[in-house]
Design a protein. Sequence first.
Length: 465
Amino acid sequence: MDSDVLIVGAGPTGLALGVDLARRGVSALVVERADALFPGSRGKGIQPRTMEVFDDLGVREAIRAAGGTYPVGMIWQDGRRAGEHHMFDPAEPSEDSPYNEPWMVPQWRTQEILLARLEELGGKVSFGREVVSLDQDADGVTALLGTGERVRARYAVAADGGRSTVRRSLGIEMTGETVDPHPMLVADVRIRGLDRDNWHVFPPAGEGEDFLAVCPLAGTEDFQVVARFPADTAVDLSPGGIRETVAARSHLAPEDITEVRWASDFRPRAALADAFRAGRVFLAGDAAHIHSPAGGQGLNTSVQDAYNLGWKLGAVLRGGADAALLDTYEEERRPVAAQMLGLSTGVHRGEIRRGDATRQLGLGYRDSSLTRETRTAPGALRAGDRAPDGRLGGVRLFDAFRGPHWTLVAVGTEAPELPGAVRLARGTEQASYGTGLFLVRPDGYVGWAGDSAEGLRAYLTPLGV
């Protein structure tokens, strides 16, 4: 085998998975058909749950340093400021949820940070290597590259985007709908004469026109331009076309757009792969689900796909877990992706506010076959839920969780001796947890909860712990 895992695509999904596998000692080859990382800002919002994931993966500080908070929206009419618009419902940080708001980082910068972390852990991305076909047998996967080279791995992960070559080679269809028939322009530009303190929104000025939004990209000198067009419009992506669009819909002149750094067009869709797995090949990220960008859910759901799959591949390949553990990836992630698609579509259509649901802190796996709730009278926190932060016995819980291990949280209850793969956090009181034993999975969810340790070892054994 050339590697344990072949990861196709070096977007946020593939890079996050590469980082997670590298820290588990799993050899992973990340191949990317382009010659460099994606250059645009497209997925610019890091939701609070993803910030918790980045904390665990060792990139939180770099992500925080690279970005900033979202500015307040400013509505313009006839070249004048007409009023403010708050894009997000406010939320205060709390002990159990330290990250309370989306953090803006252009996608290209997030990818640079993840790549640097991957390389720090000894991994790398092989650019300019396109997977053109994929075959599998009982022992592994063979990928044919555009160079004629063949790559062999025990498992493969398709993280190659919405037009995934790997997904198509597997014959997996996507089921979905057009969220909005109007084509959209998104571009990264440099602008003079516009402040960076607001997200500037220019509503349609008349019949047959459409909106323009110009958002300063935190941590850069760039602005992201988003514009919607009438159905069947051929969007002009040239610098001249973008200047014309901005000037026609705002008080800015064409020459105020001093540079166009990247541009793309798309039609908002919501689509879900009919399966997230075919044999030894898994789908993750946009290869598995395509969102409208309005809800800020696409990149975040994708990174969490990687986070869910990473520990399971590591447990099977390095920890001696039963290979059946990998079946739970689709079982857990496909329903979450479907839920987030509905959320994204609702935000796009103005039916749902950006608030608690878009922060993704309430997502969980209560119905998963991996979840065991054995307490006679469970409290608000149940097996399958995200494990909250907080302090227990003088230790911050997120500090205890950080790393590729399991953690047993014991609150007011005797804790058994467990192998070194399980850390122990114990204390007498913790408001978010109540009383009992809570076994926290490597991805930060409570896998098992009990009043006593009865049944705990039986739960851990097939997981290779």
